[in-house]
Design a protein around this ligand. Sequence first.
Ligand SMILES: [Ca+2]
Length: 149
Amino acid sequence: MAGLKQFLLPVALLALGGSVLAMPQFRLTAIQQLGYDRLDPLWQYSGKVMGCTFCHVNKGGGAPWNVFGQALQKGFAANPKSSFGDVLYTVLAANGDSDGDGYPDAIEVFAWTLPGDPKSFPDKPLAELEQAFSAAGGAEAYAAKKSGK
Ligand SMILES: [Ca+2]
């Protein structure tokens, strides 16, 4: 019996850990920092929460980055010693509209649309969203987690 347990536990951990590790660290950090993990309790395993096109042009990620991803890259260039979480927060708190669709990046994050794709934008008026965003804590709610991840 003990032998079977000793065999099964590592296999189970490997199966779980493999899919988690398959998700890039920046994406893991962003999903948790921006509260997207609330969308799906199994987000780490479904892989569907916050697709790569949040920051990248292609669905599979990698280069090139879309305009929001480029804004993050500029944030890193301006503060090379910052953590990804801090850069993400700085860009969102700056209230810019990377894709120029009329909705600031932070509002698009709040509304679950893509801040780097002008064809993706909220279906509610900006003023209404800004009011709800402010009531939910505004950009402060997107500050980097204290764990430093
Ligand atoms: Ca926008």
